[in-house]
Design a protein around this ligand. Structure first.
Ligand code: EPU
Length: 330
């Protein structure tokens, strides 16, 4: 019997089968017994997915849930974390132990495995900053493999695991190095401002709370309004293109990046095209953050996809900038 695929857009879609496994051994048994009928799709919490149709294959989900200390000294701790741990549960745990490094990533929906695939980021931090090693299983052979952080080739919202040929691996465990003495990263101006508004001291707990307050003020809660966070990535352009755009649109937010290219704000570009609060059926642009598309109730995946196509078209037309979806579409 077909099984419903969890997704935070709140779209009703089904897979031929949905399999959960609680350990590496359980996953290897599924592989050996040939229970994974192709095509295969490995999901986390379904918080970065848009389904435009049912999935005629097997959807896999990790319930490998553990957090343990592999090594520690006075300065830092090396954690082993199961891929099926809820991301924010890990952040809460780290902050409660006084371990610094992921507090700026508070309240991001999803699980640890997909966080390492997508290189989740917010408020001046990325999970790649703390990743030490990633472990996985080859879904064709059941063999174990692991990758150092350098081998993961992390960059903005990117990792090696986004390459099509890497889809044959399921990540099972992520090792992360957190600091026992590090000071919070307040490089994102809005975070320092929120901390000041909260009249809070600069503790890890206070930073976590400030991030939670910021997110709640700007981003819809998927439990109340279907969404997958930022629908597009922020586009990178050459310094020349950024300069030309800035001449025409002096208000355009532009951020220099390490590689020398300039990052633009997709939310700003979308808003300037007049999309804020506009909708196609029940698929709409969120009123407080134009980078977020929402399901007002009965949108289909195709409605949301159609809205995203229209947005891409109009941003391209007005600014000559091509937006790329952050959300994975099926
Ligand atoms: N802006 C607008 N209009 C909008 C939205 C944004 O003008 O509707 C402008 C803002 O005024 C600001 C700039 O765009 O000057 C940047 O906005 P914001 O700080 O809200 O961040 P963002 O670039 O829109 C990114 C991440 C978010 C993350 C925030 C905070 C991506 C794709 N998104 O959004 O991540 O929470 O920064 O660091 O990089 C996610 O990936 O799902 C996500 C929510």
């Amino acid at each position: 019997m077909k099984q419903q695929i969890p997704n935070t857009f709140g779209i009703k879609v089904y897979a031929n089968q949905l399999l959960h496994y609680r350990s590496v051994e359980e996953l290897q048994t599924l592989i050996q017994h040939k229970q994974l009928t192709a095509p295969l799709l490995h999901i986390g919490a379904g918080s970065n997915l848009l389904f435009t149709r049912d999935f005629e294959g097997t959807v896999l989900h990790s319930e490998i849930r553990f957090i343990s200390v592999k090594e520690e000294d006075e300065e830092q701790v090396l954690l082993r974390v199961g891929a099926g741990i809820c991301w924010d549960e890990l952040v809460e745990y780290a902050v409660a132990h006084g371990w610094q490094g992921i507090e700026n990533l508070s309240l991001i929906p999803g699980e640890v495995g997909s966080a390492a695939v997508q290189n989740i980021g917010a408020y001046g931090a990325e999970v790649a900053d703390v990743i030490y090693r990633v472990h996985g299983v080859d879904l064709q052979t059941g063999e174990l493999q692991s990758w150092s952080r350098a081998e993961c080739r992390y960059s903005y919202r990117y990792s090696l695991f986004k390459q099509p040929e890497m889809k044959r691996f399921a990540l099972t465990e992520v090792e992360m190095r957190l600091s026992k003495s590090g000071t919070p990263n307040l490089s994102y101006r809005g975070l320092a401002e929120q901390l000041a508004r909260n009249a809070a001291p600069c503790t890890l707990q206070a930073v976590r709370q400030a991030v939670i307050d910021l997110r709640r003020s700007k981003l819809p809660d998927p439990a109340e309004l279907g969404n997958a966070g930022s629908f597009f990535t922020n586009p990178m352009v050459s310094p020349q293109q950024a300069e030309a755009l800035k001449q025409r649109y002096p208000q355009l937010p532009v951020y220099p990046t390490e590689g020398g290219n300039m990052k633009l704000s997709a939310g700003w570009l979308i808003e300037q095209c007049g999309w804020k609060q506009r909708s196609i059926g029940d698929a709409a642009v969120y009123e407080k953050q134009a980078l977020v598309l929402i399901n007002r109730g009965n949108a289909t995946g195709a409605d949301i996809y159609h809205l995203s196509e229209e947005i891409i078209r109009s941003v391209e037309e007005k600014f000559g900038v091509h937006l790329v979806r952050e959300v994975n579409v099926f």
